[in-house]
Ligand binder design. Structure first.
Ligand code: SF4
Length: 224
């Protein structure tokens, strides 16, 4: 039997506790792109006041970065319109859903490239990704502290290619360092990944075929 905690269940329990206490915390949610955040936002917007934090220095080119950011904003606008019009037809959310805000961090790809120097040939899921996760989660924790948020987390656990245990371990460690609780998750569970594909279709979101960095793009191209 695996000793890995069931992060999806842990999150469910946390949400149950919030419902019982009637608390609605302010959550800073790191997002890598609109498709990955689609399900996470649909799921969490009833229980948290969410600000999406867009910090992704790993994304290889300025145009790709700007396109993913524009799609993220378009999705948030669509979700916020649903809240204004109370039109949740076909959605999992109910009328308790709240509006979502977005906070953009500066795009600093040079810092990412410096951090992963020597790890360029790692396969996706290897040590380069650990560095990349930590860089993004650290910045999110820092921004959460500065902005007076109650907790932070990331959409990254929705990807079947990303190790949820590793992400949660980094999030918890970084959160402890900054004194900001990390919300555990494994968003791919409970059909979360499948739902993100449905939502991407529904909102006609751009779904890139590589993770983000130039190395993942190179690997995707060679697979093709
Ligand atoms: S493959 Fe994805 S997670 Fe891994 S280093 Fe590249 S951008 Fe980061």
């Amino acid at each position: 039997m695996s000793n890995t905690p069931n992060y999806s269940k842990i999150l469910e329990k946390e949400i149950q506790g919030l419902e019982e206490s009637g608390t609605v915390p302010r959550l800073l949610l790191h997002s890598c792109c609109a498709p990955c955040s689609s399900y996470v936002l649909e799921y969490l917007r009833e229980y948290f006041n969410i600000t999406v934090f867009y910090y992704n220095p790993n994304i290889t080119a300025g145009e790709e970065y700007a396109y993913r950011l524009a799609e993220e904003k378009r999705l948030i606008e669509a979700y916020n319109r649903q809240v204004e019009t109370q039109d949740f037809e076909g959605m999992n959310s109910t009328q308790r859903a709240r509006k979502i805000e977005i906070l953009e961090a500066p795009y600093d790809p040079e810092n990412y490239l410096e951090a992963v120097k020597g790890y360029e040939d790692c396969p996706e899921g290897g040590d380069r990704c650990g560095i990349c996760f930590e860089m993004r989660l650290r910045k999110t924790a820092q921004a959460a502290l500065e902005g007076g948020y109650d907790c932070f987390t990331t959409t990254l656990t929705i990807s079947p290619l990303k190790n949820a245990a590793r992400l949660n371990e980094i999030g918890e460690r970084v959160g402890a360092e900054y004194g900001i609780p990390f919300l555990p998750s494994d968003f791919k569970k409970k059909n979360g990944y499948k739902r993100s594909i449905e939502l991407s279709r529904e909102f006609d979101l751009y779904r890139q075929n590589f993770c983000g960095c130039a190395f993942s793009k190179r690997d995707a191209q060679s697979r093709q």
